[in-house]
Design a protein. Sequence first.
Length: 127
Amino acid sequence: MPFFVGFDCLTYPGIDEMTWLKANTNLGWCGFYLAPAPSHSDSSWRGSRSDLVALGWGLLPIYVGQQTTGPGSHSVSGAQGTLDGGDAAALAAAAGFPNGAKKKPTGQRQRKKGSPSKRSSTRRPVR
């Protein structure tokens, strides 16, 4: 099973740091915070998607919806979850993620036609 090394940083480190990390580490993906979200108001990742993709980063969109404790809103109902899901989709589209984005990372082998698929809980970044 392939693994892809990545990281998650609450605030955007900046293009210089991301360029250095890509050139000097084995990191292949990073969390990309969609904001403003109910429990994550920092919008520092906004506007950086195209630069990160150009550097070769895989991106894992993260939306921090309603939480029962901590900062932000605390309305944790099914109806609110549906609203937050719509908000997350709109923020992803505004950030430039394609609708229904789900791409394999560069270098991942294709499964041979007819061979059984192996399901995994490993998150896979999108570009």
